[in-house]
Design a protein around this ligand. Sequence first.
Ligand SMILES: [Zn+2]
Length: 164
Amino acid sequence: MIVFDLQCGNGHRFEGWFGSSSDFADQMARSLLACPTCDDLEIAKAPMAPAIGRKSNSAPHNVEDRRKGDATDQPTSPDVSNQPIPAELKEAFRKIAKAQTQALKTSSWVGDKFADEARSMHYGEKDEKPIHGRASPKEARDLMEEGVTVAPLLIPIAPPDELN
Ligand SMILES: [Zn+2]
């Protein structure tokens, strides 16, 4: 079967189904085709129009595809693994944590005052002593620019004032 978009002399468009292209030509020649709206016999193939039906059907598909694309573009989350942490890595972390705890034994927790304290010591306003605390990335950068020694703690520690 073959379908043609047909148009009568009055501009009515309708679909005509035929066994073949020559079938259509034959029916045309014998004036067997009439407009379903006005019975006009002056039938011709309608100018080729974009397949409107198919186009609208495919639109939701495109939207769906775009949504899927957006999902993959979302900000990446921290890398994770579904594998357990290897024993060697756990042991290494334990050693680092122990060494850090050892190093911080003589150090005082100053919390969010770290930047102020470190700066005061650097400029001789206070006696120098080991301290550790919190600093925002900006604070840490500012301190380093001023020549104050700042080193990140490798293992996050629970602040003493938050343990109570
Ligand atoms: Zn018509």
